[in-house]
Design a protein around this ligand. Structure first.
Ligand SMILES: *[C@@H]1O[C@H](CO)[C@@H](O)[C@H](O)[C@H]1NC(C)=O
Ligand SMILES: *[C@@H]1O[C@H](CO)[C@@H](O)[C@H](O)[C@H]1NC(C)=O
Ligand SMILES: *[C@@H]1O[C@H](CO)[C@@H](O)[C@H](O)[C@H]1NC(C)=O
Length: 494
């Protein structure tokens, strides 16, 4: 449904956007120049007229209290049992009966029966097939929203979906710390979601999620908005506060577009800003998200959305099968999933980039880490006409030179070797590369890449740092063996 929603959005808004951009840019420069002028004037006057500041007292002894009882220390370390785990999260999944037969397959991929809790909220009854009951969340029908004011009748959908938060709160489930919203075409990596939410105090007000990959969408909607399909989390007390005011709040915004926009409007009234966690992926792009997944930021991968819009994430399989391939490495090492590492085969003059559990790329030539960590532009902007300026992050263009086309090896198999206590994942090439006449070692000779990686259960408890990769010698013809892990002392990508 969000597909429809977003498509409609671009048709509606793009018509005016070139004009809007020109106007925006002009106003922006005017604003900047005027503010600068005032600032400079202010600075000149103030720098002469201000009385000298009182010096900061050097001796603080007079302020030291002589109390014998130490002030209470805040408890920073939660006991293990108090840490947020999967049972504390309740999912509210927005679904449409029309697409249910196909979309439920995405949910089955990540849903963990008897572990994950949550409700799928539908617009009407759907036929249940054998097995559905045990593999899917409870289904419920959203309550009627016809009493809500909407400018466009289609926007009843937006009202219905935004009310999922309130409707889920009203079920009164126990031991809930977070409500996490998503669409029926959102894939969650639940362990990573838990890891991200553990950083925050669920007893306070938090609204956590991410923006769109489209700069124009973010301008048009809001950079303060969590895009609904990418999923977002609302802490329990905030969800309760929202539930108390949401229905009245919704009446104040009949002209908004979509559910996430309506949530944000009410969050703004509550004064709660978006806490950005960029592991939630809305994927407002067309084409292949390979570039984004092969250079994932150094944060846990939490979600992926618009799975029906983007190409399957692995070639030669359908969308559900493609995600299915990811389940293996996800179960083995979800913290490490899609984490990038970059290393160089100096002898052969190759740059190698690993996206653990997904793909390994070999490039002819030596490319700097700062370029390799930028997503390659395998995808198109949601608003098709916009180019790289349309993304709110840096992207790397694809060269037209056949020799610069990377050799992509996709995940074939991943296992855990209990003796060596490490994962072993194999990657193979399934797409041909064009001919290249460069007189240098040809990666075509490599048919399989094996990657060894130790688990690091504390990966996200440390300051973020990209893993390092290094080559292990191999006798085997046509294969490359790589080890991925925490960088050693003085080791870096060069
Ligand atoms: C501070 O406390 C210590 C004992 O705890 C006492 O001996 C001392 O006289 C106190 N000083 C002042 C300035 O009250
Ligand atoms: C989650 O934490 C609660 C304590 O808040 C504990 O009782 C429960 O066993 C934990 N569940 C899992 C699945 O770890
Ligand atoms: C879930 O729990 C129920 C009852 O405790 C059990 O009968 C069922 O087999 C469990 N399902 C799975 C998939 O583990």
């Amino acid at each position: 449904m969000s597909t429809m929603k977003r498509n409609l959005k671009d048709q509606e808004h793009y018509l005016h956007s070139s004009w809007t951009i020109a106007k925006l840019i002009t106003s922006f420069f005017l604003l900047v120049s005027i503010s600068y002028l005032f600032y400079s004037l202010g600075f000149i006057t103030h720098s002469h007229d201000c009385p000298p500041k009182k010096p900061y007292p050097l001796s603080t002894t007079t302020h030291v209290s002589n109390s014998t009882t130490a002030p209470p220390q805040p408890q920073h370390t939660a006991k293990p049992s108090e840490k947020t785990n999967i049972s504390h999260i309740v999912f509210g999944i927005a679904a449409s009966s029309r697409l249910w037969r196909q979309r439920k397959e995405y949910i089955k991929l990540w849903w963990r029966p008897n572990e994950t809790r949550g409700i799928v909220w539908l617009d009407q009854e759907v036929k249940s097939e054998p097995g559905d009951e045990t593999l899917l969340p409870t289904l419920r029908i959203s309550s009627d929203v016809s009493k809500f004011k909407v400018k466009n009748p289609r926007e009843e959908l937006g009202v219905r979906i935004s009310r999922i938060v309130s409707e889920t709160v009203r079920l009164g489930m126990e031991n809930v710390r977070w409500f996490v919203m998503g669409d029926d075409d959102t894939f969650f990596v639940t362990e990573n979601l838990v890891k991200v939410l553990q950083k925050y105090d669920h007893k306070q007000f938090y609204y956590i999620g991410a923006n769109s990959e489209s700069h124009l969408q973010n301008i048009h909607f809001s950079y303060n908005m969590a895009y609904g399909g990418g999923g977002f989390a609302i802490s329990y007390p905030l969800a309760v506060a929202l539930e108390r005011m949401q229905d009245q709040c919704l009446q104040r915004y009949p002209a908004l577009f979509g559910s996430d926009d309506r949530i944000q409007a009410c969050m703004a009234e509550l004064g709660v800003p978006l806490t950005k966690e960029i592991g939630f992926h809305q994927f407002d792009v067309y084409g292949s998200v390979f570039g984004l997944l092969a250079a994932h930021p150094v944060i846990p991968l939490v979600s992926m959305h618009h799975l029906d819009v983007v190409e399957p994430i692995f070639p030669n399989v359908n969308r559900v099968e493609a995600l299915q391939k990811l389940i293996g490495p996800m179960r083995l090492d979800s913290y490490g999933l899609m984490q990038q590492s970059i290393c160089y085969d100096r002898a052969r003059h190759w740059t190698v980039s690993v996206s653990w559990g997904y793909a390994v790329q070999i490039f002819r030539g030596i490319f700097l880490a700062r370029d390799m960590e930028m997503p390659g532009r395998t995808f198109l902007n949601w608003i098709r006409r916009a180019d790289y300026t349309g993304f709110p992050f840096n992207t790397r263009p694809f060269s037209r030179n056949a020799c610069l086309k990377p050799f992509v090896f996709y995940l074939d198999n991943a296992i855990y070797d209990g003796v060596a206590d490490e994962t072993v994942s194999d990657y193979v090439r399934v797409q041909p590369n064009p001919d290249c006449r460069w007189k240098m070692p040809d990666p075509t000779q490599i048919s399989m890449i094996r990657v060894y990686k130790k688990l690091d259960s504390h990966l996200w408890d440390k300051s973020p740092r990209r893993n390092c990769c290094r080559f292990r010698p191999t006798e085997e013809e046509g294969s490359m063996v790589i080890e991925v892990g925490e960088c050693r002392k003085d080791e870096f990508a060069n």
